[in-house]
Design a protein around this ligand. Structure first.
Ligand SMILES: [Ca+2]
Ligand SMILES: [Ca+2]
Length: 144
């Protein structure tokens, strides 16, 4: 399971990104010690438990309504239009549902994009005005 994630690019080693396994390689040796593996394992099982709790019908994947409930629980207020967009983007099999690793990816990307937006939305009204180059800089500097 873990090897699969690494292959999928989920855990790109980036020491500065808290959402990457670099955070488990505390000694920055490029390898993961037993303790660090424990932390990594906990990270994965936490995600698994999170996924299972939102997979209401135990289908092994997250459908549209399950995703909506999950994101509301995480504190996001997103329109149905955006939920549909997320499903389309992360629905690898084309069945209108999202698998475990795609669910994690979806959550992390959403978190990263939201954090980047929030930095510029200083008055927290959900609106930002940025220049073209600011936008490009923002997007290309994202670790997604
Ligand atoms: Ca389900
Ligand atoms: Ca604003």
């Amino acid at each position: 399971m873990i090897v699969y994630f690494i292959d999928a690019g989920m855990f790109d080693i980036d020491k500065n990104d808290p959402a990457s396994p670099g955070m488990f390689d505390k000694q920055q040796k490029g390898t993961v010690s037993f303790e660090e593996f424990g932390a990594l394992w906990k990270y994965v099982t936490d995600w698994q438990n999170c996924f299972r709790s939102f997979d209401r019908d135990n289908s092994g994947n997250i459908d549209r309504n399950e995703l909506k409930t999950a994101l509301i629980n995480f504190g996001y207020r997103l329109s149905d239009h955006i939920i549909d967009t997320l499903i389309r983007k992360y629905d690898r099999a084309g069945h209108g549902t999202i698998y475990f690793d795609d669910f994690i990816q979806c959550c992390i990307v959403l978190y990263t994009l939201t954090a980047a937006f929030r930095q510029l939305d200083t008055d927290l009204d959900g609106v930002i005005t940025i220049h073209y180059e600011q936008f490009l800089g923002m997007v290309f500097n994202l670790k997604i």
